[in-house]
Design a binder for this molecule. Structure first.
Ligand code: ADP
Ligand code: MG
Ligand code: ZN
Length: 650
């Protein structure tokens, strides 16, 4: 993790432009941890040390005969077998010869091995028995005590040096583990992840495809960086922050890099997660440091990947919140306010969860520009495949358009992966050129993995989806006062098979009854269109129905728009927050059972009434519906203009 930032530049430098295959998409990068073997090795080390120490202990410290009973010891003194007794606090040792080989004091109290080879040695655990001294005096046996201070060097080593060394070793070991796990306890406040600016970025806009709208917006950012005067002379404000929003693998990081490459400025890259540390204040210090460095290097780009890691909304944080993250976020806001837009510093950030971001981040002067980086459509996918297969030797039969056609819903990274996978398959088969069947197999492989993340549609599903979305769009177009349709798409997104995007023309704070009914109509439009072409219902409209029902229920219970309970609110806000994220206020029912029954029936009646109305709208415009659906099947996405053109031609 620590060299996350510094690893990247080298990778990028080595990478020639547009080389798909050598740069397979590897998914999330793992933190820089020692391989698992490291653990095992260290454990073995400790084990050997412990066993070694016990052996040493056993061999050198306890090499004495097993102790004998005190009574036996006494008998041996009485019988005259023991001629000399050495006494310590823990042992009495009896020797069978009278003369010690060495002076007793220099001998280890624990060591019996200093006795000469002919003499035998008996050891016993002492009992406080005054008779023993009397007995020894009687027998004229030499007895003497050896004090503990008389320990030899070896003793000191064993009783002090080794245990301390051992503890030190263990301490070092755990510190190292902790360090490797990311939170280096020893370097609080130090900037562990060294932030380095990357210069000479080779990535260009040409390396990115399928996200033309995003590119258009970013071209302007490049111009800001290159000629800031052009904008400031006229009195314009250069944006400070641009937020790239889109699902993973769609090329957000790539785009940020391309901006730096095109503008030929340095590039500071950090991931939001790098800022969030175990200790409060570290992240904030890191932000300060990053901006200080960047100001010195201006003009340059700061790129904060995964902004949501620090930018999560503080508002919904009822569970106490995370001090460290909040401080880091505050520091980021302070820094963003602090620098002058003419200084040539622009902050790019990427996220796939714009919904959780703190609103403060999106205020003017901060990330006030948002650029959508979406999954590529048919044409985009073909272009991306072309970029990534640039360095790959393709057989002339390979039809990249066909590949693009069956990879609806794939992200740029998925496509890069497919090209790489196909090249590997060709190598494995011993072929010189990548064939179409390699692509087919590669897609199959990728689809299996992708299916968990996003849906891959079968032709019939695609057709139904096209009608479904066309239905939403048409009803929206013919509902007075509804927000205009901005984009229709049948590119799967997560578990949604397609989507119809409506853009409000103006901010609305209050909604009228007819607006709400219109919303229900638009939601029902999808299912009705599906039913018109297939003659039956599918599960595809489940979430539309949920939303429509919710609106209908709210109309009756919250907004007082029902026949019987006109102007009466039937719910009251509960104390807590509920929902999967604990972000929705919980409602409590405060009305009678019979009212509940009325509410249920009224919802059903309302939705049914709207269903009939909407069915008429669509049935009367079957030809347009067919046209829009066909256009969607062909192009996968229709923007506002294309949709309008279809309506007018009909
Ligand atoms: P994100 O940051 O949106 O998750 P990345 O920029 O990291 O996605 O994309 C990962 C890789 O996938 C890129 O390095 C590139 O090889 C490939 N890729 C993704 N999107 C595109 C695209 N629009 N055009 C070309 N290549 C792409
Ligand atoms: Mg990224
Ligand atoms: Zn729908």
């Amino acid at each position: 993790m620590s060299d996350f930032g510094s690893q990247e530049p080298q990778k990028d430098k080595k990478k020639p432009k547009g080389d798909g295959p050598q740069f397979p998409f590897g998914g999330p990068k793992l933190p820089d941890m020692k391989p698992f073997g490291g653990w095992k090795f260290s454990l073995l080390y400790i084990f050997i040390l412990v066993v070694g120490m016990s052996l040493f202990n056993y061999v050198f410290l306890n090499r004495v005969n097993p102790t004998i009973d005190f009574s036996e010891f006494k008998t041996k003194i009485a019988s005259g077998e023991i001629k000399r007794v050495e006494m310590t606090e823990s042992y009495f040792t009896g020797y069978t010869s009278a003369v010690p080989r060495r002076t007793p004091v220099s001998r280890s109290p624990l060591r019996g091995s200093s006795a000469s080879s002919e003499e035998t040695m008996y050891r016993t655990v002492p009992i406080n028995d005054p008779d023993l001294i009397k007995l020894m005096d009687e027998k004229k046996i030499a007895y003497y005590a050896v004090s503990r201070e008389g320990s030899t060097i070896l003793n000191i080593i064993f009783s002090w040096v080794l245990p301390i060394a051992f503890l030190f070793f263990i301490w070092r070991f755990f510190m190292k583990r902790l360090g490797n796990m990311g939170g280096n306890v020893l370097s609080v406040g130090q900037n562990r992840a060294v932030i380095v600016a990357e210069g000479d970025i080779v990535t260009r806009f040409n390396d990115v495809a399928g996200v033309d709208e995003a590119k258009e917006e970013l071209v302007e950012v490049v111009d800001f960086l290159k000629n800031p005067r052009k904008y400031t002379d006229i009195g314009g404000k250069i944006p400070k922050g641009v937020l790239l929003v889109g699902p993973p693998g769609t090329g957000k990081t790539l785009l940020a890099r391309a901006v730096a490459g095109e503008a030929e400025v340095s590039f500071f890259r950090m991931s939001g997660a790098d800022f969030v540390e175990m200790f409060v204040g570290v992240g904030a210090a890191r932000v300060r440091d990053l901006f200080k460095q960047a100001r010195d290097k201006a003009p340059c780009i700061i790129f904060i990947d995964e902004l949501d890691a620090i930018g999560k909304s503080r508002i919904n944080n009822i569970a106490g919140g995370n001090d460290e993250r909040e401080q880091t976020l505050n520091q980021l806001l302070v820094e963003m306010d602090g620098f002058d837009a003419t200084s040539g510093l622009i902050i790019l950030a990427a996220t796939n969860r714009p919904d959780v971001l703190d609103p403060a981040l999106l205020r003017p002067g901060r990330f006030d520009r948002q650029v959508l980086v979406d999954r590529p459509d048919l044409k985009g996918r073909e272009a991306i495949l072309k970029i990534h297969s640039g360095a790959v030797k393709l057989s002339p039969q390979v039809d990249l358009t066909a590949v693009a056609r069956i990879t609806s819903g794939f992200s740029g990274a998925d496509l890069a992966n497919i090209v790489n996978e196909a090249a590997l398959l060709a190598v494995r088969a011993g072929r010189q050129l990548v064939a179409q069947k390699d692509f087919d197999e590669a897609i199959e492989k990728t689809v299996a993995g992708l299916q968990k993340k996003t849906r891959i549609l079968k032709p019939e599903e695609r057709r139904l989806t096209a009608y479904h979305e066309a239905g939403h769009a048409l009803v929206a177009a013919f509902t007075p006062n509804a927000d205009p349709v901005q984009k229709i798409s049948i590119i799967p997104r997560g578990f949604a098979l397609g989507y119809t995007l409506q853009m409000p023309v103006e901010d609305r704070y209050t909604v009228t009854q007819s607006d709400l009914l219109g919303k229900i109509d638009i939601l029902l439009g999808g299912r009705i269109a599906e039913e018109m072409v297939s003659g039956e219902y599918s599960t595809g409209a489940a979430s539309d129905l949920t939303k429509a029902t919710d609106i209908a229920r709210k109309m009756i219970t919250d907004y007082g728009m029902s026949g019987r309970f006109r102007n009466v609110a039937l719910t009251s806000r509960g104390a807590g927050m509920g929902g999967p994220d604990r972000q929705e206020p919980m409602f409590q029912r405060e009305y009678a059972e019979s009212t509940q029954q009325y509410v249920d029936e009224e919802i059903a009646r309302l939705v049914d009434q709207e269903y009939g109305k909407t069915e008429d709208i669509l049935k009367n415009r079957r030809a347009v519906l067919d046209q829009v659906a066909a256009a969607l099947l062909e192009k996968e996405t229709l923007d506002e203009k294309e949709f309008r053109a279809l309506l007018e031609s009909a």
